[in-house]
Ligand binder design. Structure first.
Ligand code: DQA
Length: 138
């Protein structure tokens, strides 16, 4: 199985960015552990701060991979372009958030992309990505 993890804006700063909300672990460290836990799944990781690059990556893998795990960061709450992209793909996309966005500011309560996603996992820290992977491989 091939699964692509995609992180959006500011998620390159995981480990140092607002650690009380997002934790102290850099994503690379978490990603290596996750790959070791799922040796039969071919995991790839991509991060961009740019909306169009996220779309390019999703279009690249979104017709051949078995799943995409997407944390679109703040674009979650604004991007019709990401919504349209997810709708266009054949690969199922799981929306992920590290924090429980419903327990935060009201502007984070709306997701533009959820309706096009296979499922949504949030609030379990980096473990949200592992739970999303379980949803794809399970
Ligand atoms: C986030 C939640 C978003 O509201 C925020 O803009 C992020 C991270 C999360 O993983 O909890 O950048 O997607």
């Amino acid at each position: 199985m091939k699964v692509q993890i995609i992180n959006g804006p500011n998620l390159n700063l995981l480990g140092s960015r607002e650690p009380d909300i997002y934790g102290q672990t850099a994503f690379d460290t978490f990603f290596n552990d996750l790959q070791n836990q799922y040796p039969t799944v071919e995991l790839s990781y991509y991060q961009s701060n740019t909306e169009g690059e996220l779309i390019d990556k999703m279009q690249e893998v979104g017709f051949t991979y078995d799943g995409i795990i997407l944390n679109a960061g703040a674009y979650t709450h604004t991007s019709i372009a990401l919504l349209d992209c997810i709708r266009s793909l054949t690969t199922p996309v799981v929306e992920v958030h590290i924090s429980n966005v419903h327990a935060r500011e009201e502007f984070r309560h709306k997701s533009m992309i959820s309706s096009a996603c296979r499922g949504v996992i949030m609030g379990f820290g980096l473990n949200s990505y592992r739970l999303a992977l379980e949803g794809i491989v399970g």
